[in-house]
Design a binder for this molecule. Structure first.
Ligand SMILES: C[S@@+](CC[C@H](N)C(=O)[O-])C[C@H]1O[C@@H](n2cnc3c(N)ncnc32)[C@H](O)[C@@H]1O
Length: 256
């Protein structure tokens, strides 16, 4: 299994846009873990946006990710914060750890990076095998095309500037462009990403990579969980403990 993204500039610039603790999922997962949800495993933990602060607060949370570069950044941040963290480099659809967990969570829609149903089933089976009795998985999902169809309509295939930030170490400007297409039949979104680093008005580095996201309706995902043996499935509204509205495009599935 190789990664087409979350390497090189994509990994190195991740924290420029997503590194702080200001996202609305932080409280949700913190409460879930604190409230009898330890030990926890963050699947696709990346650079430790959640893992490092949670570990700093003393929560028993381990991380798993496929990208050596994302894990390297996470490890460095944990060292700088002076907290020990246990990180596993593995694919979420095929891992075997010698510990079971009370909470397994996959933040930021990262489960959708599994681009077909077979991988999705294998990942859910892995999660189930690593859950303590009474433990639960928490998997937020969304309909990725809504932003492009409704909020920011785009011509399919158009390159659009999505993010800009200044790199603190050298004041270079890092730009991320996306070129997105959708296949509504297969429920996949293909995103080409282009990263550019501009220093003193000159482009000094460029990198392109790609991602495919597979999306689910609430019912489809609940059925998938049922298929692999989860029996108690609840669909929550976004990052709250309230039941999701039937047509909500952002929901978190909790299952035991
Ligand atoms: C959007 S980032 C999320 C990082 C972090 N959880 C957060 O919320 O900021 C997605 C992460 O998924 C990881 N990833 C992608 N495919 C994976 C797979 N098959 N198994 C494990 N991790 C994977 C990437 O390396 C990347 O770190």
């Amino acid at each position: 299994m190789t990664l087409k993204s979350y390497t090189g500039l994509s990994a190195a610039s991740y924290d420029l846009w997503f590194g702080d603790e200001g996202f609305e999922d932080v409280e949700f997962f913190r409460d879930a873990i604190r409230d009898g949800g330890e030990p926890a495993l963050e699947v696709a933990c990346g650079t430790g946006r959640l893992l490092v602060p949670f570990a700093r607060e003393g929560l028993d949370v381990e991380g798993l990710d496929l990208s050596a570069e994302m894990l390297g950044i996470c490890r460095r941040k944990a060292e700088e914060a002076g907290v020990p963290v246990t990180l596993h480099r593995a694919a979420m659809e095929e891992f075997a750890l010698d510990r079971q967990f009370r909470t397994i969570f996959v933040p930021f829609g990262s489960f959708m990076l599994l681009d077909d149903l077979d991988k999705a089933r294998r990942a859910l089976s892995c999660f189930r095998a690593h859950l303590e009795v009474g433990g639960r998985v928490l998997i937020p999902l969304h309909l990725p095309w809504l932003r492009d169809v409704g909020v920011e309509p785009a011509t399919p295939g158009e390159w659009r500037l999505r993010r800009v930030a200044t790199r603190p170490e050298d004041d270079a400007v890092v730009r991320c462009f996306e070129n997105t297409t959708f296949d509504f039949e297969r429920q996949v979104q293909d995103v080409k990403l282009r990263f550019e680093v501009v220093l003193a008005g000159e482009v000094i580095d460029v990198e392109e990579n790609e991602q495919r996201l597979r999306w689910y309706t609430q019912e489809e995902f609940a059925d998938l969980l049922g298929e692999v043996g989860f029996s108690d499935v609840t669909v929550l509204e976004s990052y709250t403990w309230n039941p999701a509205e039937a047509d909500s495009p952002r929901f978190t599935t909790a299952a035991s």
